[in-house]
Design a protein around this ligand. Structure first.
Ligand code: MN
Length: 323
C-alpha cells in the first residue's frame, strides 16, 4: 500500500477501529496496542476516536501490554460506524470472529499482516510475508512515516516480535528481526521484563493441564507425528479457559523425533479446532485443506467434525505432506 495514503486516511478519519484476531496472541495484541498508541500520539486524535476490539479471551499473561485494557469486545461497539477499520495479524476474514461485521461496514478496510496465506480481503492490503510478525510490519510502517515511537509503543512491538518468533528461536527470526528488536530496546522496551511476562507468568492450572495432555499424547509413524486431543471434559477438570492450550503444540514439537505436531481441541460435538506445527514439511497446506491457513511451519484450521473423526482426517492429510 501507499503509506502516504495510509497516513492521510488516518488523518482524515473521525473514528478508527483496530481489530485483532480470535484467540488473540502476543503478535495481534502487541500490534493492535502499538497502532492505537501511534495514532493517539502522532495524529492529534482523542481516545474517543480510536477503538480496539478483541474476540474471546485476552490471555492473562498479555495484560502487561500497554493500553490493552482499553480493548473491548465487538458487542460493545456493534452500533458504531467507523471511517476506517484496520485488521492486524489476520490472514483471512473468518479470523475476525464477531468483529467481522464491523470491518465489513466500514468505508475503508485496511488489512495489515504477515501471513503468506493472506487472502487480501481489505480495500487496502499491506501484507509482508517476509516479516517475522505483524509487529515487525507495524514498526516498518511507523519508521517509514516518521512517526514517534515511545517506550510503551516499543514495549508492545517488542512483545509482538518476541512471541511470534518463539523468543527469537523460529525460522522467521532473521538478522532484520534482531536489528529491529535492538532498536526497540533502544526506544525503551525492557527485554528481561517482557520475557518474564510472556514466558514465566503462566497460571498454575495451565501448566497442570499441559502436563495432563503430554501424558496422554499420541505418537504415530515412528514418532514423526505427535498429537494431543483435548476434550471439553479435560478443560473443565482444570477450570481452563481457551487460551490455556497455548504453547502445547510447540511443546510436542520440542521432541527430537517430532516432524509434525498437532493439537486438536473439541469446540462442540461437531466442531474441532486444530493447531499445527512442523519442523520441515509445509503444514499450511494441511490447514488449507480444511479452510484454514497460516505459515509454513505454524498453521491452524477448524474442522466441522466430531473430535475423533476430525483427528483421523487430519492425520491423513499430515501423512500426505510428510511423504
Ligand atoms: Mn503473527
Amino acid at each position: 500500500m501507499d503509506l502516504e495514503l495510509f497516513k492521510i486516511a488516518i488523518q482524515n478519519a473521525n473514528n478508527i477501529l483496530i481489530i485483532s484476531h480470535v484467540n488473540p496472541d502476543g503478535d495481534t495484541l502487541g500490534s493492535m496496542s502499538a497502532l492505537y498508541q501511534v495514532i493517539l500520539n502522532n495524529f492529534n486524535k482523542s481516545e474517543q476516536c480510536v477503538d480496539m476490539v478483541y474476540n474471546g479471551i485476552i490471555p492473562e499473561i498479555y495484560n502487561f501490554i500497554p493500553y490493552i485494557n482499553k480493548a473491548v469486545s465487538p458487542e460493545n461497539v456493534k452500533e458504531k460506524q467507523y471511517d476506517i477499520a484496520i485488521s492486524v495479524d489476520i490472514a483471512a476474514k473468518d479470523r475476525m470472529g464477531d468483529s467481522l461485521p464491523l470491518f465489513e461496514k466500514s468505508s475503508v478496510r485496511i488489512n495489515i499482516d504477515h501471513h503468506k496465506t493472506n487472502t487480501n480481503f481489505g480495500t487496502i492490503n499491506h501484507v509482508c510475508a517476509n516479516a517475522c510478525s505483524c509487529g515487525e510490519v507495524m514498526l516498518d510502517i511507523f519508521k517509514e512515516l516518521d512517526l514517534k515511537i515511545d517506550k510503551d509503543t516499543a514495549c508492545a512491538l517488542y512483545a509482538a516480535i518476541l512471541t511470534d518468533t518463539g523468543g527469537f528461536r523460529y525460522e522467521n527470526t532473521t538478522a532484520q528481526t534482531l536489528l529491529k528488536a535492538s532498536e526497540l530496546i533502544e526506544l525503551g522496551a525492557d527485554p528481561a521484563q517482557i520475557s518474564r511476562y510472556c514466558y514465566e507468568s503462566k497460571p498454575r492450572n495451565m501448566v497442570l493441564l499441559h502436563a495432563n495432555c503430554m501424558i496422554n499424547a499420541e505418537f504415530l509413524d515412528n514418532n514423526r507425528i505427535a498429537g494431543i486431543c483435548i476434550t471439553n471434559k479435560d478443560m473443565e477438570k482444570y477450570n481452563a479457559t481457551n487460551d490455556y492450550t497455548e504453547g502445547l503444540v510447540e511443546e510436542l514439537r520440542r521432541i527430537k523425533t517430532t516432524e509434525v505436531s498437532y493439537v486438536i481441541k473439541e469446540v462442540d460435538e461437531n466442531t474441532s479446532k486444530v493447531s499445527l506445527r512442523s519442523k520441515t514439511a509445509d503444514i499450511s497446506v494441511v490447514a488449507q485443506v480444511f479452510g484454514g491457513g497460516g505459515h509454513t511451519f505454524a498453521a491452524g484450521c477448524t474442522i466441522r467434525k466430531p473430535l475423533n473423526i476430525a483427528k483421523d482426517k487430519l492425520v491423513e492429510e499430515i501423512r500426505k505432506v510428510l511423504g
